[in-house]
Design a binder for this molecule. Structure first.
Ligand SMILES: [Zn+2]
Length: 313
């Protein structure tokens, strides 16, 4: 592996995260993924703030936590400190007391931002490295139920031939030994087994438990407080869910209150809504494990704050 690609991995995979009380802040990863998508499509390196603002607002509204204000200017300005990003004419931008950019200045002067020129050249010449970085960022910040949708929304598309498969990325990064750390954590191999056992291998919501030749299919062990946000691999942070309800839960289409009553977001609709989701609103979870294995309130609270979409329209 060349020094160039080791260096670029080191910087792209150690983005400094804004942390406060376990709140999700996916601003930087979303901006980096979108910029990688531009790079893979051979678009211009620097994008005007108005373009970034519109796209990042869409991405934050779809894939970010439920918040009133979205702040696309935060990563546009702050990513520079991660040594992967630059903006043109920063001297025209005034700073707030918290050292963020005045959005009005970014708009009025049509300030443009993008990856550093050398990195951009490296990534354009090496699309499999770009895919690898995108893959590692996805795993570090989002559950797997988000990955395909995020790849599409950021224009990165599917990983091509020659790209390391998902499960190899952490090993590749660790094996490099270049003094940087990825944000990925090892997973407890017993987590899935223990969670499925606690729920008798059924989806906790719809009780789906189809087996093929004795093996249950399409029932997952979902993390309530996401693994990528430091949620532990404990049974009390798990929920057995079919593929459909896993995806709906991770995207915040429904959540649970502390007494395990299902709360469906008022912003859900569409054909099949009642059958697959609406009919469960207000019902107690049909499959509940024994007391000491039930979802713990602190994890359910995190999910309601950071993932569940609003209960009002
Ligand atoms: Zn289900």
């Amino acid at each position: 592996m060349s020094d160039d690609s080791a260096d670029i991995r080191g910087r792209f995979l150690s983005l400094r995260r804004w942390r406060r009380g376990g709140r999700r802040a996916p601003h930087k990863p979303l901006l980096v993924l979108w910029a990688i998508g531009r790079c893979l499509r051979d678009e211009e390196r620097l994008a005007p703030f108005a373009v970034v603002e519109q796209k990042l607002k869409e991405l934050l509204a779809t894939f970010g936590p439920p918040r009133q204000t979205l702040h696309p200017e935060f990563p546009f300005w702050r990513l520079r400190k991660d040594r992967i990003w630059e903006i043109d004419r920063p001297h025209l931008v005034r700073q707030t007391t918290s050292r963020d950019a005045y959005v009005r200045d970014l708009r009025e002067h049509s300030i443009a931002g993008g990856f550093l020129a050398a990195d951009y050249t490296t990534l354009r010449a090496n699309p499999s490295l770009a895919h690898e970085l995108a893959n590692a960022i996805l795993h570090a910040h989002f559950p797997e139920t988000y990955h395909a949708d995020l790849l599409q929304a950021t224009g990165i598309g599917h990983f091509g031939a020659g790209t390391a498969p998902y499960q190899d990325i952490g090993q590749v990064a660790e094996g490099e030994g270049k003094g940087y750390k990825t944000s990925q954590r090892a997973r407890d191999p017993d987590f899935k087994k223990d969670v499925l056992k606690a729920y008798a291998e059924r989806c906790a919501v719809c009780e789906f438990s189809v087996r093929l030749e004795g093996t249950v299919l399409a029932v997952d062990a979902a993390h309530i407080h996401w693994h990528s946000c430091k949620g532990p691999d404990w049974v009390r942070n798990g929920l057995a869910l079919c593929s459909l309800h896993h995806r709906l839960f991770d995207r915040g289409a429904f959540g649970l209150d502390d007494s395990l009553v299902i709360r469906v977001s008022a912003r859900t609709e569409g054909p099949g809504w009642r059958e697959s989701l609406g009919r469960f609103d207000g019902a107690v979870l049909p499959v509940v494990p024994k007391y000491k294995e039930r979802p713990a309130p602190k994890f359910l609270d995190w999910h309601r704050r950071e993932v569940l979409r609003p209960r009002s329209a």
